[in-house]
Write a protein that binds this ligand. Structure first.
Ligand code: SF4
Length: 388
C-alpha cells in the first residue's frame, strides 16, 4: 500500500514539474512515506530524521531571536503516511528538521504544501523570522483524481487500490487509526484506472486493500469485482492482497479456480495458532475455521500457493499457545510465511496489556517458526528465500 502511495505522490509532484531522483544529497524536497505497523519501521524513520537534523543543523541561521531562521538552502523535509497520522504535529517536537506532516488521507494536499513552503519570503527584511510548519491530518477520504495521474514506477506492473483503511480493529493493529475506516473505491473508477494503466503498456496488476475480501460497492462485491477485472481486454495477469480469513469464502475460491487471468495465489494471514490468542487479537475466526479454509482452498484452487503472516510474542502468549502456533504451521504447510515479533502500537487495544513475553523469548519463538517454515518450503521445493 505504501509503495502505491509513494507512486501516487510522485505522480502528483511530477505534475508540478518536480523530478524524482534517487538519493537525498541534491534533493530540494525529501519525503518520508512512513509505516507505523511495527516499532522497527518507525525506528528507522526517526533515526534517518536524526541524521538529517545533524547534517542541516550547522547550515541553519540562528540570529538573535528565540526562533531559528529557515535556511532556504536546505531541502524541505516532509513526513507523510501512517507515522504522520499517528504522531501528527508531535513529529515537529521530536524532529524539528521536519517542515511538514501529511496523513494518508491528505496526500492530495502535498503539492500545495510544498508550493506554499517554498515560496515563503525568508529575506531578513521581511516579517518571516521563524520556520513555518504545516500539517494536514484531518482528511477523511482521498479525492478520486489522485489515482488518475497515471504514474507507475514499473513499466509492466501496476498496483491498483480498491479500498483504503480498515474497520476490523484487530487489537494489535494501528491501521484503523492511521488509515481510518474502510472506504471502498467505486468499482467503475477501479476498472477505469486499470484501463488507463493498460493504455500505458502495463499488462499485469495487483489489486490492493488492507482487507480486499470486504470490498463492496452497491451490488458489486469482491468476487464480482475480480470477475469484472478478469474480463478486461488486454489484461494478461492479476492478483490481489490482502485477504482476511473471516471474509474469505468458498465463492472466492471457486472464482479463483475459474478466472484464467487471476494468479492462483492467496495471502491469508493467520497471525496465531492459538484460539485464546486469536480471540484476544479480535480476529473473528478460530484455528478450525482457518484450517477448513486452507483445506477448501487446496481442494478447489488446484496448485494454488498459500502464504501467511504470523505474529509471535503477543501479550500473554504462553508456551502452550506457542505450541499451538507451531502445530498450525505444520498442519497448514504454507508455501511461505512472514513472521513478526509483537511490538506495542500506539492507540491500539492491546496497548493496555503488558508486553510480557521477554524480548529473548520472542526472538526464540520467531526463530523456531522461521526454521519450521524454511523446512516446509524446502520440502516443497521452494528454493528462494521465502520467509523473514
Ligand atoms: S484486518 Fe486487522 S490486521 Fe489487517 S489492517 Fe485491518 S485491523 Fe489491521
Amino acid at each position: 500500500m505504501n509503495i502505491r502511495d509513494s507512486e501516487v505522490v510522485s505522480g502528483l509532484l511530477r505534475a508540478m514539474n518536480c523530478e524524482l531522483i534517487t538519493g537525498s544529497d541534491t534533493a530540494d524536497v525529501i519525503l518520508f512515506n512512513t509505516c507505523s505497523v511495527r516499532q522497527h519501521a518507525e525506528d528507522k524513520v526517526w533515526s534517518e530524521l536524526g541524521r538529517l537534523s545533524k547534517r542541516h543543523s550547522q547550515s541553519r541561521a540562528v540570529g538573535n531571536t528565540p526562533y531559528a531562521k529557515r535556511n532556504t538552502k536546505r531541502p524541505l523535509i516532509g513526513v507523510i503516511g501512517c507515522m504522520a497520522q499517528t504522531y501528527k504535529d508531535g513529529i515537529f517536537r521530536r524532529a524539528p528538521v521536519v517542515d511538514f506532516v501529511v496523513g494518508p488521507s491528505d496526500i492530495a494536499k502535498i503539492p500545495g504544501i510544498i508550493k506554499k513552503l517554498s515560496t515563503i519570503d525568508y529575506r531578513p527584511s521581511t516579517q518571516v523570522i521563524f520556520e513555518r510548519k504545516l500539517w494536514e491530518t484531518d482528511g477523511q477520504t482521498r479525492p478520486e483524481e489522485i489515482y488518475r495521474n497515471g504514474f507507475y514506477e514499473d513499466e509492466n506492473h501496476a498496483y491498483v487500490v480498491i479500498s483504503e483503511g480498515c474497520s476490523n480493529f484487530c487489537s494489535y493493529c494501528v491501521v484503523p487509526y492511521a488509515r481510518g475506516p474502510l472506504h471502498n473505491r467505486a468499482h467503475k473508477d477501479i476498472l477505469d484506472e486499470i484501463r488507463l494503466a493498460l493504455d500505458k503498456g502495463i499488462a499485469a496488476i495487483t489489486l490492493l486493500g488492507q482487507n480486499v475480501n470486504a470490498y463492496a460497492d452497491k451490488d458489486v462485491n469482491f468476487v464480482t469485482l475480480i470477475e469484472l477485472v478478469n474480463s478486461i481486454k488486454g489484461l494478461k495477469e492479476f492478483s490481489f492482497v490482502t485477504s482476511h480469513p473471516k471474509d474469505t469464502s468458498i465463492e472466492l475460491f471457486k472464482a479463483m479456480s475459474k478466472l484464467d487471468k487471476l494468479k492462483k495465489y492467496l495471502h491469508l494471514p493467520v497471525q496465531s495458532g492459538s484460539d485464546r490468542i486469536l480471540k484476544l487479537m479480535n480476529r473473528g475466526y478460530t484455528t478450525k475455521d482457518y484450517l477448513d479454509l486452507v483445506e477448501n482452498y487446496r481442494t478447489i484452487v488446484k496448485a494454488g500457493t498459500l502464504t501467511t503472516d504470523i505474529m509471535v510474542g503477543f501479550p500473554s502468549e504462553t508456551k502452550a499457545d506457542f505450541k499451538d502456533v507451531y502445530e498450525l504451521v505444520k498442519k497448514a504447510q504454507f508455501d511461505a510465511a512472514y513472521i513478526f515479533k509483537y511490538s506495542p502500537r500506539p492507540h491500539t487495544h492491546a496497548l493496555q496489556w503488558p508486553d510480557d513475553v521477554p524480548t529473548q523469548e520472542k526472538a526464540r519463538r520467531h526463530r523456531i517458526i522461521l526454521d519450521l517454515q524454511r523446512e516446509i518450503s524446502r520440502n516443497k521445493g521452494i528454493r528462494k528465500k521465502v520467509t523473514q
